[in-house]
Structure formats: structure tokens, C-alpha cells
Design a binder for this molecule. Structure first.
Ligand SMILES: Cc1cc2nc3c(=O)[nH]c(=O)nc-3n(C[C@H](O)[C@H](O)[C@H](O)COP(=O)(O)OP(=O)(O)OC[C@H]3O[C@@H](n4cnc5c(N)ncnc54)[C@H](O)[C@@H]3O)c2cc1C
Length: 285
């Protein structure tokens, strides 16, 4: 099975700066990391390869610096890593990026295309669905697990409180959520990133780069960081009271919120759904 994983290098978010003139992110000289969603995505791809066999190819579009992110994936265990880096595609918005990546993917053999559900800088979550649209493939977003069974794709989606399970034929695109698995640590693989330019992809010049991007960023500004509120619990209170404060968020009445009341042992037992915990806590006391 041929799996193609799209990955993006993103600026380390603590370091994000905005160019006030162009309204673009300042990427130059800013440390880059592999988009956290893409780490989970690569891990899932490697597990699918372990299960179903085949090959994992990682593709990225970005400046030369993005090679590090692709190398990271090779060192996690991907078989091949491709970085498309070309001035002609610079300034591309999500529509153009999705188009360019779909041309790159379409030039290769693939059964499954995988993306992160979103990138932590742009956060639009549009690139995966745009790729699916361009390639005419079915797509699943908010994916928290996937397996291959009898040549079919089994997908688990988590949307709000709902868990949805699907079975689909391949090829397909899946967009994978963050923190769904523990990505393996990279170890030096000896494999090298292949850097390519846009030549040979047959790109329509009117659909790439700044010129081919309909999105206009009119104004961008950093929002004021929200002040986090903490509550402290008076440590002179008896420990049952302190636990009650912690469980109730320190507030005695929250209107419609169903507050549990009882001794700390009872509350802990109720939370764990296990009367033994309650008895244990009473014993400790
Ligand atoms: C007018 C305009 C100009 C822009 N100019 C530039 C520019 O010059 N340079 C620049 O770097 N960005 C530029 N951007 C940002 C760029 O369009 C987005 O970073 C990109 O399209 C991805 O969007 P996103 O971050 O919302 O990704 P999302 O859609 O949230 O990402 C979801 C997933 O898609 C995949 N993905 C996203 N981007 C890539 C990628 N590049 N390669 C491989 N996989 C990817 C990953 O799997 C990712 O997890 C510009 C944006 C606009 C609107």
C-alpha cells in the first residue's frame, strides 16, 4: 500500500511575529518544528504500513528550511521524503497550496493520502479537503484512528462527543487529529530528503503563488493573551474541604451545573465509579 503523508513545517508558536506591512507571518530566522498534528499523522501512517505493508512517502511544500521537517519524518521511519521548494509557489494561499500538493501527489502512485487535521500556524484545516477535492477522492476529517482490513480502510472520527466509524474503499484522504498516539522518536535513518522544484508538475500558472491565490489578508494582529485565572485552596482547611473546593472549581453554586456533594471519599468513589476507592480513602483517613 502506498501512503502519502503531507507535512508542514510551522514556526514554533511562541516565536510567531507578524510583518505589519505585508500581514504575513515572519518565517525567516524563526525556528521551525514539524506541525504537531503531522507528527501524529506520520506515526499513524507508519503503524498502517506495519499492519498492511507498503511504503510511506512524506511530501511537503515550503522554503529550503522545511527540509528539517521532512528529515524528521524520514528519521521517524518514512521511506521517502520529498520537499517541493520553488519561488514560483511562494505566496500561495490554502487553495493554491492544496492544488500544488494534489498535482505532486497525483504524479505518484498512492492508495491513501494523509494530512494533519490542521496546521498550528494557519489553522484553516483546508489543505487536506482541497487535495481530496482536486483528486476527486473521498475524505475523512477529524480522524482519531485508522486501520486497513481486507483492503478496506476503517476510519474512526471524533466529532464533538460523537464517535463515528466508517469503512471505505481506497483511495481516500484522511485528516488526522492531534494527540491520538505517541509519535516515535526519530533516529538517524541515513535517508535523505529529495528536494524538487515545480517543473514537471504541469502546474497552471494562474493557480499558484501570490498571483494564483484568491485569499487576501487584509489585517492581522495578535490577540491579547487571555489572562488565565487560577484559584488557590486555603491549605488550612481540612483536606475533605480542599478536595471539595478542587472538584467544585472553588465555587459553591454554579446555577444549572450539577455539582456533586458529599465527603471527599464519596466524591472520589463516585468519580472513579468504584466503591472500593471510597473505602480505601476512608481507610487512609
Ligand atoms: C495570501 C497568502 C499568502 C501566503 N504566502 C505564504 C508564503 O509565501 N509562504 C508560506 O509558507 N505560506 C504562505 N501562506 C500560508 C499558506 O497558504 C498556508 O500555510 C498553507 O496553505 C497551509 O494552510 P494552513 O496553515 O491553514 O494549513 P491547514 O490546512 O490547517 O493544514 C492541514 C494539513 O495540511 C497539510 N499541509 C498544509 N500545508 C502544507 C504544506 N505547505 N506542505 C505539505 N502539507 C501541508 C499538513 O498535513 C497539515 O497538517 C500564505 C497564505 C495566504 C493567505
Amino acid at each position: 500500500m502506498n501512503i502519502i503523508v503531507c507535512v508542514k513545517q510551522v514556526p514554533d508558536t511562541n516565536e510567531v511575529k507578524i510583518d505589519q506591512k505585508t500581514n504575513n507571518l515572519v518565517r525567516e530566522g524563526v525556528p521551525g518544528i514539524l506541525n504537531p498534528y503531522d507528527q501524529n499523522c506520520v506515526e499513524l501512517a507508519l503503524r498502517l504500513r506495519e499492519q498492511a505493508g507498503g511504503k510511506v512517502t512524506v511530501v511537503s511544500m515550503g522554503p529550503g528550511q522545511a527540509k528539517e521537517a521532512v528529515q524528521y519524518c524520514l528519521d521517524m521511519g518514512a521511506d521517502e521524503g520529498i520537499l517541493l521548494s520553488d519561488r514560483a509557489v511562494g505566496g500561495s494561499d490554502t487553495l493554491a497550496t492544496g492544488y500544488i500538493l494534489s498535482r505532486l501527489i497525483g504524479s505518484r502512485d498512492y492508495d491513501l493520502v494523509m494530512c494533519g487535521n490542521e496546521a498550528i500556524d494557519g489553522c484553516t484545516g483546508q489543505v487536506g479537503p482541497i487535495i481530496a477535492g482536486n483528486l476527486g477522492l473521498k475524505q475523512f476529517t477529524y480522524v482519531t484512528d485508522a486501520k486497513i482490513k481486507d483492503g478496506k480502510l476503517l476510519v474512526q472520527r471524533e466529532v464533538g462527543k460523537d464517535l463515528e466509524l466508517y469503512e471505505a474503499s481506497l483511495p481516500a484522504v484522511i485528516c488526522v487529529q492531534k494527540d491520538i498516539n505517541q509519535p516515535r522518536k526519530p533516529v538517524c535513518s541515513g535517508r535523505e530528503v529529495t528536494v524538487i522544484n515545480a517543473e514537471g508538475l504541469g502546474l497552471d500558472a494562474d493557480r499558484i503563488g501570490n498571483h494564483g491565490s484568491p485569499t487576501r489578508v487584509v489585517k492581522i494582529r495578535m490577540s491579547d493573551a487571555r489572562v488565565k485565572s487560577f484559584f488557590t485552596v486555603d491549605d488550612t482547611l481540612p483536606w475533605e474541604e480542599r478536595i471539595r473546593f478542587i472538584i467544585n472549581g472553588g465555587i459553591e453554586s454554579k446555577g444549572k451545573v450539577d455539582l456533586w456533594r458529599g465527603s471527599a471519599g464519596e466524591l472520589a468513589g463516585r468519580i472513579a465509579g468504584c466503591p472500593e476507592v471510597s473505602r480505601f480513602l476512608e481507610d487512609v483517613r
